[in-house]
Design a binder for this molecule. Sequence first.
Ligand SMILES: [Zn+2]
Length: 342
Amino acid sequence: MQTVYSPRHHGHSGHVELYNGQVVPAFEKPERAEMIRAAVEARGFGATLAPTEHGLAPLLRVHDAAYVTFLSQLTELWVADGRPFPILPSFWRAPGMRYIEPETVDGKLGHFSFDAGCCFVAGTWDAIRSSADVALTGVDLIAAGAASAFALCRPPGHHAHANAMGGYCFINNAAVAAQALLDGGSGRVAILDVDYHHGNGTQSIFYDRADVLVCNIHGDPRQEYPYFLGHADETGTGAGEGFNVNYPLRWGSGFDVWSQALDEACGRVAAYAPDVVVVSLGVDTFKDDPISQFRLDSPDYLAIGARIARLNRPTLFVQEGGYAVEAIGVNVANTLEGFLQR
Ligand SMILES: [Zn+2]
């Protein structure tokens, strides 16, 4: 299995987030990707592959043009206004307020985000583009006949909506990849999101479509971020009815409960018979993750990989979350090794 990786993710560093009412260094930091890269190289999966440039067109297949324009121009607008880094949004609309893009940068920041989880520094936009290119290069590998590939994306993507950033996510790499697979000739794609947090952006992007099955196993939104999406009764709408499946689990869930949900999700994926499976691979389900509340242990990730392998479909792994930096490499590499060994 080839790993696609770009050092340009380092451009997104030194950023902050709001946590427990304090501005703190972001949990989503460059060391995460470096620990994963070191682990997959040490495991003998071979050298990493640099991504090729794909431009913005594949991003615009799932994201609104005005949103991508905002992301590409934000740093410029901010600097022109004489503001220091970092950039954090702090104003949002409530239901009933108007959806009209403001002209000024503070208004735009709120218009195109849903929380303060997406901080910009000078190199953030370049890192965002490289992360999407990593996912799209993974798509190229699958399209060329690879049985599997690992897109080591950073920043992650599954919280990003068509028109809004949030939860460390700017461009929805898994959604961009799924759409690129469809555009490349796949008839049906399944996205299996195993990150601890609900992939609200991915669900939202494909909610009214039957050509992408979206399955999510995650912390119950009654307790956990992103709070406002991810309930079990969200099953899709219109043509997409029945093609969105959520498995919300309570805080404290261990691998017994979690693996049962994975079995059920894999059953749904198998019945859908997709041409390709895209796995949104977050390992913040780990027991020592600093911002999460599940209790999976490192050997469990071998079993997760093996279970996904039994679907026997071409599979693109796309990196999402995981914040226990010391263990993130082992947990990701275990997933991939379990997949390869089944
Ligand atoms: Zn997560």
